[in-house]
Design a protein around this ligand. Structure first.
Ligand code: 6PG
Length: 247
């Protein structure tokens, strides 16, 4: 199931996203006793993370029952401004009472192939060897080129069916650093996916995917369908400008 929600601006989108995360956490903990949560990188989620960490919201999630994973990572040290973990730490993780052993960053001090294998191993250890990793909620973004997580157009990672995480060279957009990314089978195992999409640069890929029948090969975000769950596209107004095109 795909749901499309649009907001006046990025601030309204970020508030709605923070509240949607709180709701998802509550449902997960009520149903399963824990909340398995995947964070997105890039710049858009930062405002949402800050809202979640602010005093008026942070007590609305039971962080002691929350487990935090990452959808992708850039192969740079955590204190590099390009690090997804670094961004999440500064905007969210440092301000919430989540135990360090509930946070699962992707390793970045190994070569890509080994770092990806290390994350696959981390997931196997967490879920057990018999269970394909799955999450209650996965946050994702959309690149101007249609990528999501670090699944870039035309790259081999799009076709991975077995590994939970793979390494990949960067796409055409900055930063030009190698990445590690969860693969489609794992992203699609999520009960719920929330795309946070803001800015005019997203209007063309949004239109191509939601209306133009774009393919996974040209616009990898089109491949996130979460067959067992729901995918919500949260868009700010600039990202919707090519949708429902006026005559
Ligand atoms: C990354 C990502 C990536 C991101 C999109 C959107 O590490 O870069 O996780 O998939 O979500 O590129 O990024 P913005 O939010 O910065 O537009």
């Amino acid at each position: 199931m795909r749901i499309i929600e649009s907001f006046d601006d990025k601030e309204a989108l970020s508030i709605a996203a923070a509240d949607a995360i709180i709701d998802a956490a509550g449902r997960a903990i009520a149903a399963d006793g824990r909340f398995l949560f995947v964070l997105a990188g890039g710049s858009t989620p930062e405002a949402t993370y800050k809202l979640l960490a602010a005093p008026d919201r942070r007590d609305r999630i039971d962080w002691s029952r929350t487990y935090i994973f990452f959808g992708d990572e850039r192969l740079v040290p955590y204190d590099d401004p390009r690090s997804n973990y670094g961004m999440a730490k500064q905007s969210l993780l440092k301000d919430i009472p989540v135990a360090p052993d509930h946070i699962f960053p992707m390793t970045t001090d190994l070569p890509g192939v080994e770092a990806a294998q290390a994350y696959s191993d981390t997931l196997t250890q967490f879920f057990g060897p018999e269970t394909t990793p799955w999450f209650h909620l996965t946050l994702l973004g959309l690149g101007d080129d249609g990528h999501t997580a670090s699944l870039f157009p035309g790259k081999a990672a799009l076709h991975e069916t077995k590994a939970y995480a793979v390494s990949t060279p960067p796409g055409v957009l900055p930063p030009p650093v190698d990445r590690i990314t969860l693969t489609f089978p794992i992203l699609n195992s999520s009960r719920e996916v929330l795309f946070l999409i803001a800015g005019e640069g997203k209007a063309a890929p949004v239109q191509a995917i939601l209306e133009g029948g774009a393919t996974l090969e040209t616009h990898p975000a089109a491949g996130v369908t979460a067959p067992e769950g729901k995918v919500t596209w949260m868009l700010d107004r600039p990202a919707t400008t090519k949708l429902w095109e006026q005559d």
